[in-house]
Design a protein around this ligand. Structure first.
Ligand SMILES: [Zn+2]
Length: 181
């Protein structure tokens, strides 16, 4: 297990980071009133959304989660998710996570989004906002055992959030097929 923290200073400065971590331990705090349990199954993956990012309707966010999973599962048969994967939003700075990260996938059981950022659902670029769906696609890529794409490669699995990518790219599709062949 390893922690991947690749920094491209200029891009990071402009766009922030989406990162992957697997070994830190920390507690998750969430608002009980928001912690509804809505379980869904997409392909062979069972998941639920706990705390939705502020400003996104739950229904829209859950659709984005489902579509982020399907983006991968149309290219490969992914199995082994008997446990329910929880997607939730927390303040990274209060939970031992790097406050610069947009999101993190952890231990095959959780995806955390950083409540410090303003989240939306959109393609392309929207000033001041991070697109939740492409970040979810990236984190689900990690859940499905993909590492980051090499620096400079155009991919959802690139280590940095890119304004010009919001769908899987050739590198991503080749990678998921390689991991789950
Ligand atoms: Zn990552």
């Amino acid at each position: 297990m390893k922690t991947i923290r690749l920094f491209i200073p200029l891009i990071a400065l402009l766009a922030g980071m989406i990162c992957y971590s697997s070994e830190e331990s920390y507690s998750v705090t969430s608002s009980p009133e928001e912690a509804t349990v809505v379980s869904s199954t997409t392909a062979s993956v069972n998941w639920k959304v706990d705390v939705v990012p502020y400003g996104i309707p739950r229904k829209n966010f859950e659709t984005a989660v489902s579509e982020a999973i399907s983006a991968w599962t149309v290219h490969a048969t992914i199995t082994g998710y008997e446990a329910v994967v929880t997607i939730t939003t927390i303040d990274f700075s209060k939970n031992g996570l790097d406050p610069r990260w947009y999101a993190v996938a952890k231990d095959g059981t959780s995806i955390f989004l950083n409540s410090r950022y303003r989240w939306g659902l959109f393609t392309g670029y929207k000033a001041g906002y991070v697109d939740a769906k492409r970040v979810l696609m990236h984190e689900w890529g990690h859940m499905f055992r993909l590492n980051h794409a090499p620096l400079g490669v155009k991919a959802i699995m690139a280590p940095d959030y890119r304004r010009d990518i919001w769908t899987l790219q050739a590198w991503d599709i080749a990678a998921i097929k390689e991991v789950w062949k």
